[in-house]
Design a protein around this ligand. Sequence first.
Ligand SMILES: CC(C)(COP(=O)(O)OP(=O)(O)OC[C@H]1O[C@@H](n2cnc3c(N)ncnc32)[C@H](O)[C@@H]1OP(=O)(O)O)[C@@H](O)C(=O)NCCC(=O)NCCS
Length: 180
Amino acid sequence: MVETEYRRFVASEVDSLVRFLARDTWPFHVSATVSGDEVRAWAAAGVFDSDETRTFWITVRADAVGLIRLMDLGDGTPLFDLRIASEHRGRGMGPRALAWLTRYVFTEFPDAERMEGTTRQDNAAMRRTFEKGGYVKEAHYRDAWPGAGGRRYDAVGYAILRRDWATGTVTPTNWHDEPF
Ligand SMILES: CC(C)(COP(=O)(O)OP(=O)(O)OC[C@H]1O[C@@H](n2cnc3c(N)ncnc32)[C@H](O)[C@@H]1OP(=O)(O)O)[C@@H](O)C(=O)NCCC(=O)NCCS
């Protein structure tokens, strides 16, 4: 198994960010492609690094193979976006990165009681990645995810609880709670 490392993005690395994001395709994101100008504008607006946001490179022998953006760090339920470069997908890096990220958040942010992620309903690799990481499906949003050509997809929301992470258990969602 190839060894992956995680390193915090710093503002001087915007050119590397442009190369990573704009040269690849992201078929399950709202925009499958992003331009260099968009990445630079996002970086200037603090989308990758701010009081509430941190971004990390996933590297193999110092080469960037993936990117994690951690958001909403101030509200007790951080949210994240995980991207593995296309030539490195399908080798288990996503699940390993999510395990690292979950540990990072619960170790670094004592007030974080949960961690959440959302993906397009047909993103099977990401859904399996959530499940392998101990995340549980908590939400299904119909037609909530805009795609190319005006198509709408369902979105699904997953979360992990600090107490489940700490004890290695998985508390299921209570789907049968209607009082009627
Ligand atoms: C989604 C993503 C993070 C997954 O990471 P990855 O390293 O490519 O993950 P893997 O291919 O190793 O797959 C993880 C699991 O999903 C399973 N899987 C992958 N594709 C699948 C498919 N089409 N159907 C069912 N299961 C699938 C794998 O078999 C594996 O499970 P296993 O270990 O039990 O065999 C990565 O593919 C990626 O970055 N995709 C593009 C960006 C993206 O969609 N990010 C999610 C944004 S929320």
